[in-house]
Design a protein around this ligand. Structure first.
Ligand code: 2RA
Length: 390
């Protein structure tokens, strides 16, 4: 019997009701079907691995485990040869980060991967063979038709009981869809026009460091040293730092197009997107115009649909000129949405602006929510406030 099977055997029907109300549900809404189907709870601690433990997303997992009461028994911290050897402090205990190898997953029941697509391609097969449920933050398997690509608030139904590899969507796709998916109740969505304003965190801890250092250098009157960004980063912005395809779209834009269609199950959805990196540390923002098949819904209907959507918080105070900002979103679990207005240039369109913490809902939090869903864990009770970011 594989580790997965043996751990599944220990999953028991929970007496506590699945508390869809807490995270996925607001009054009057139904919990996602898959979660209802998995109305079970793990009654013991799990053996967990984090691949990419020293990275920006890896670090978020460690605090999220505590904040969401994830039932971590053993914790294996894995990284590339280069980053291994560090020691991380968890619950007052130092744990060494060890170099990843195909045998690293023996005995592991849940593995969170956040070390890039090539490492995911290399280590997901041995991890699954060892019986682990793999939640992959990279782009390696997202468009594989056999791999669910999941935002739990939107397509929890995509997760089946036999799935052992589940992909976390691109952070910009998560941001866009968290703001757009709740509006499907108001009419058929035909087209999205999106511009992103993406933070340094999406490029990893090294790009965050580069932004801080270059900013310091410019403020000190020095010429900033070039780093991994293709352009000077401090006090600047640039087209997303990924290769451009023949159609003129960079990789990030292409991911947003394909992943939005897959997650919504809407192969015909038209998406026009421009992805830009801005000098913000850890929260992505997006301007989104949503074109409906018929007349646009009213602003009030849009506001109500978003206010009722799990994981979304509306900040839309025209009088005070107060709307979502990346700083307000940083360290928060919710996606913030505001600037809700008619697109006066188009009778079927609504425009809005959204921000999310790229390391949380854009990566680690979404991954952990997927694990909670797949394992049938009860949703965490009242969550303490999210961390205060830099
Ligand atoms: C970025 N999408 O912001 C990446 C992070 N996954 O560049």
């Amino acid at each position: 019997m594989s580790t997965w099977e043996s751990s599944s055997a220990l999953l028991k029907e929970s007496h506590a009701p699945w508390d869809g109300q807490a995270v996925y549900n607001k009054p009057g809404r139904r919990p996602p079907q898959a979660a209802v189907g998995y109305h079970k709870a793990v009654e013991r601690k799990l053996s967990v691995a984090v691949l990419g433990a020293t990275g920006a997303v890896g670090g978020e997992f460690l605090t999220l485990f505590e904040r969401r009461h994830f039932p971590v028994g053993g914790l294996r911290l894995l990284a590339s040869e280069r980053s291994a050897g560090k020691r991380l402090l968890i619950r007052g205990k130092e744990i060494a980060v060890v170099p990843v190898a195909p045998t690293s997953f023996d005995g592991v029941e849940v593995a969170f991967f956040s070390a890039g697509a090539s490492r995911s391609r290399e280590f997901a097969p041995p991890a699954m063979a060892a019986g682990a449920l793999v939640i992959d933050n990279s782009s390696a398997f997202r468009m594989d038709p056999g791999v669910p690509l999941v935002i739990p608030e939107i397509n929890a139904h995509a997760v089946g009981p036999k799935d052992r590899l589940i992909a976390v969507p691109n952070c910009s796709a998560i941001l866009v869809l968290m703001a757009v998916a709740p509006l499907r109740a108001l009419g058929r969505i035909e087209r999205l026009v999106v511009s992103t304003y993406q933070s340094a965190s999406g490029g990893g801890a090294a790009l965050m460091r580069e932004l801080r250092e270059q900013t310091g250098e410019v403020l000190a009157g020095r010429e900033p040293r070039a780093g991994i960004a293709p352009d000077p980063y401090a006090f600047n912005l640039f087209s997303h730092n990924t290769p451009i395809n023949e159609a003129g779209y960079n990789e990030e834009e292409w991911k947003v197009i394909l992943e939005c269609r897959k997650i919504l199950g809407a192969t015909e959805l038209k998406v026009n997107v421009t992805c830009v990196r801005v000098p913000v540390l850890r929260a992505h923002s997006a301007s989104i115009t949503i074109e409906f098949a018929g007349a646009a819904p009213t602003e009030d209907a849009v506001r109500s649909a978003l206010a009722a959507a799990p994981g979304v918080r509306v900040i839309d105070d025209r009088a005070a000129n107060r709307f979502p900002t990346p700083l307000l979103a940083s360290g928060q679990d919710d996606v913030l949405v505001g600037r809700i207005r008619r697109d006066l240039s188009h009778p079927s369109a609504i425009s809005l602006f959204a921000c999310t913490d790229q390391l949380l809902k854009g990566a680690a939090l979404n991954a952990l929510q997927i694990a909670e869903l797949a394992l049938g864990l009860p949703q965490p009770p009242a969550l303490p406030p999210a961390s205060t970011p830099p």
